[in-house]
Design a protein around this ligand. Structure first.
Ligand SMILES: NC(=O)c1ccc[n+]([C@@H]2O[C@H](COP(=O)([O-])OP(=O)(O)OC[C@H]3O[C@@H](n4cnc5c(N)ncnc54)[C@H](O)[C@@H]3O)[C@@H](O)[C@H]2O)c1
Length: 516
C-alpha cells in the first residue's frame, strides 16, 4: 500500500493532519522531525546549531529512505525536506506527495506566537524569502490541498482526492437531485440547510449511528433536534413510525421543517417514509452512513416500513432535497457490514457497471480489509450507476428490476431468518442461487458464472443456514416484483444482460440452494 507524504512550509499543520488521516485510515502516522529528534537525542534546533544544516539534511534523507521502504504510512515531513529533488524522487517512488498549501501571511500569524522550536524562523522577512524559494519544489507534488481549513477538513480534502470521488446530480423523475459523496458530510449538510429557511431541523437516526457519528452532526448543526430509534429491522415498523409522528407533534414540528435521516439503509428508508407522510409530506435530506446504504438504499426515492417480517411492504416513492454519502462514517463499519455493501455493489456492477465489477474483483482483498479510499470509491461509483438506472425507470416498471438480482430468494432468506441474517448477506445467497439457475439454463457461460459465484462467496464470507425451496416459496409469494401472483426471478443473461422469469420450479430452486 502506498505511503502518503504530507509536505509544506513549517506551521501548516502536517503533524495534526497526519494524525487525523491515520485515525480515519487506521494506518500509522509518523513524523519525520520527531523521529529525527529521537535519533539525535536533542531538538532539531540544537542539532542545527551544533552540526549545521548540511549534516542535518543528510540525516533527514537517510531517515526518509528508511521510512519510504515501509508501506501504508502517513508521513509528516519536515518543511525543508522536499527542496531536494532526490528526496522528492524517494517520496514519489514510495507513494503520493500531498502539499498542504497556505498563504505566507497565515503561516506567519500562526508561527509568530511560537518560534522557539523552528530553527529556520529568524525574522518574518527571512522566513518569507525562504517560503518563496521553496515554492517550486513544494508544487512538484501529486496534489495540493487548502491547509487554511480545520485539520479534519484538510484530511477530508486529501481523502476526497485519493478516493477519486466527485459530487454528481441524479436526474430522477424530472428532479435534479444533488448527491455528494463526501468526507465532510456534516459541514456540507449544514451549508445545504443554511441556503433554505427551515423552521426546525430534525435528525432521525439509530442508537449505533448516534453514538458513533451524531456528535459530528450536532457540532455542525447545534440547533437540530435529534430523534434516536433502536437499530435493527424491528424498528422499521408502522408502530415505530407512529412513535416518531407523536414526538414530532409534541415538538410542534410544522410543514416548514426539515427532516434529516442519518444512518444506514434502514434509517434512510424509515426517515424518508416519516418525512414523506408526516403532515402529508415535508422536506427531507438523507445522509447515508453504511456502505450498503450508499450503494443501494439512499439513491432511488424508495421509502418503506416492514409489515410483520415481510420486508418493505408499505411505502411510497418520495425524493429528498439532497443526498450525502458520509464516507468518513464508513470507517467505523465492522467488516461484515463492509462485506454486505460490497455484495450489493458487485450486483450493481454485474447488471449495469462492468468497470465497477472489475474494480471490486481486482481490489477484493483491500476492500474487504477496510481500505477506506477504495471503499469510498466503490460507494460513489455504485450510487452513480444506480442513479442512472433509476433515471431511466424511477417507478420500477422495467429496467430498474435488474437491481433486484439476488433479492427474490435473498428476501426469503431474510424473512425466514427473522432478520437475524443481514440483508446484504441474504442478497449474496440470492445472487449465488440466481447465478446457478442462469448457468444451468445456459443463460450465462459456466466459467463466467463460476467466477462470479466464487467472488460473491469471498465477499459473503462463511456460509450459513438457508431455507429450503419448500420453505422459501411461500415467502417469495410476498415479493413486490411478482406479477400475476407468480414469483419473479431476475437472472443474469450474457446476451440480454438479464431476464425476468416466472417459471422457476421448487426442484430447480432446490438444486441451486444445494449449490450454495
Ligand atoms: N430503499 C432502497 O432502495 C433500499 C435498497 C437496499 C436496502 N434497503 C434497506 O436498507 C436496509 C439495509 O441497509 P443497512 O445494512 O445499511 O441497514 P442498517 O441501517 O440497519 O445498518 C446496519 C447496521 O449498521 C449500523 N451502522 C450504520 N452506519 C454505521 C456506521 N457508520 N458505523 C457503525 N455502524 C453503523 C446500524 O446502526 C445498523 O446496526 C434494509 O432495511 C433494506 O430494506 C433499501
Amino acid at each position: 500500500m502506498e505511503n502518503i507524504f504530507l509536505t509544506g512550509f513549517m506551521g501548516v499543520g502536517k503533524t495534526t493532519v497526519a494524525a487525523e488521516l491515520a485515525n480515519l485510515l487506521k494506518r500509522p502516522a509518523v513524523d519525520l522531525d520527531d523521529l529525527l529528534e529521537k535519533d539525535f537525542g536533542c531538538s532539531i534546533t540544537e542539532f542545527f546549531t551544533a552540526h549545521g544544516e548540511a549534516t542535518f539534511r543528510q540525516r533527514e534523507t537517510e531517515l526518509l529512505e528508511k521510512v519510504a521502504d515501509d508501506d501504508g504510512l502517513i508521513v509528516a515531513t519536515g518543511g525543508g525536506l522536499p527542496v531536494s529533488k532526490h528526496n522528492r524522487e524517494i517520496m514519489r517512488n514510495s507513494g503520493q506527495i500531498v502539499l498542504l498549501d497556505m498563504p505566507f501571511d497565515t503561516i506567519a500569524e500562526r508561527l509568530e506566537k511560537n518560534t522557539t522550536s523552528r530553527p529556520n524562523w529568524k525574522s518574518r522577512d527571512d522566513a518569507k524569502k525562504l517560503f518563496e524559494s521553496r515554492k517550486t519544489a513544494y508544487h512538484d507534488c501529486d496534489f495540493t490541498v487548502d491547509a487554511t481549513q480545520p485539520p479534519e477538513d484538510v484530511a477530508a480534502q486529501i481523502l476526497q482526492k485519493i478516493s477519486g470521488v466527485e459530487p454528481f446530480t441524479a436526474d430522477i423523475d424530472g428532479v435534479k437531485l444533488p448527491v455528494s459523496p463526501t468526507f465532510k458530510a456534516p459541514s456540507e449538510l449544514a451549508q445545504a440547510i443554511a441556503k433554505k429557511q427551515y423552521s426546525a431541523v430534525v435528525f432521525i437516526t439509530d442508537d449505533n449511528v448516534a453514538t458513533a457519528h451524531l456528535p459530528r452532526y450536532r457540532h455542525a448543526l447545534p440547533h437540530a433536534i435529534s430523534i434516536v430509534i433502536q437499530s435493527g429491522e424491528d424498528s422499521k415498523t408502522l408502530q415505530q413510525a407512529e412513535n416518531v409522528y407523536r414526538q414530532l407533534l409534541q415538538l410542534n414540528i410544522g410543514r416548514d421543517a426539515l427532516i434529516v435521516a442519518i444512518g444506514g439503509g434502514l434509517i434512510t428508508d424509515f426517515g424518508a417514509f416519516i418525512a414523506a407522510t408526516y403532515k402529508r409530506g415535508i422536506d427531507f435530506m438523507l445522509v447515508s452512513t453504511s456502505l450498503l446504504g450508499c450503494v443501494d438504499a439512499v439513491v432511488g426515492g424508495k421509502t418503506a416500513v416492514n409489515i410483520a417480517h415481510y420486508k418493505n411492504q408499505v411505502g411510497l416513492f418520495a425524493l429528498p432535497k439532497a443526498i450525502f454519502l458520509d464516507l468518513a462514517a464508513l470507517a467505523t463499519l465492522p467488516e461484515q457490514r463492509i462485506r454486505e455493501g460490497l455484495v450489493e455493489a458487485y450486483k450493481t456492477g454485474l447488471v449495469c457497471a462492468y468497470s465497477l465489477r472489475r474494480f471490486i474483483d481486482e481490489n477484493l482483498e483491500r476492500l474487504v480489509g477496510g481500505d477506506l479510499p477504495l471503499i469510498a470509491n466503490v460507494a460513489a461509483r455504485s450510487a452513480r450507476a444506480k442513479a442512472e438506472v433509476v433515471h431511466q425507470d424511477f417507478r420500477e416498471k422495467g429496467l430498474r428490476k435488474i437491481l433486484n438480482l439476488g433479492h427474490t430468494y435473498g428476501h426469503a432468506v431474510e424473512t425466514w431468518s427473522e432478520e437475524r441474517i443481514s440483508h446484504g448477506l441474504c442478497v449474496a445467497q440470492g445472487m449465488i442461487v440466481a447465478m446457478y439457475i442462469a448457468m444451468k439454463r445456459h443463460y450465462i457461460d459456466a466459467d463466467l458464472a463460476d467466477n462470479h459465484m466464487e467472488i460473491i462467496r469471498l465477499l459473503r464470507g462463511p456460509s450459513f443456514p438457508v431455507p429450503s425451496a419448500e420453505e422459501a416459496f411461500p415467502l417469495m409469494m410476498a415479493d413486490k416484483k411478482n406479477t400475476n401472483a407468480k414469483i419473479t426471478f431476475i437472472l443474469p443473461h450474457t446476451k440480454e444482460r438479464f431476464k425476468l422469469v416466472q417459471d422457476i420450479t421448487p426442484a430447480e430452486l432446490q438444486s441451486a440452494i444445494d449449490a450454495i
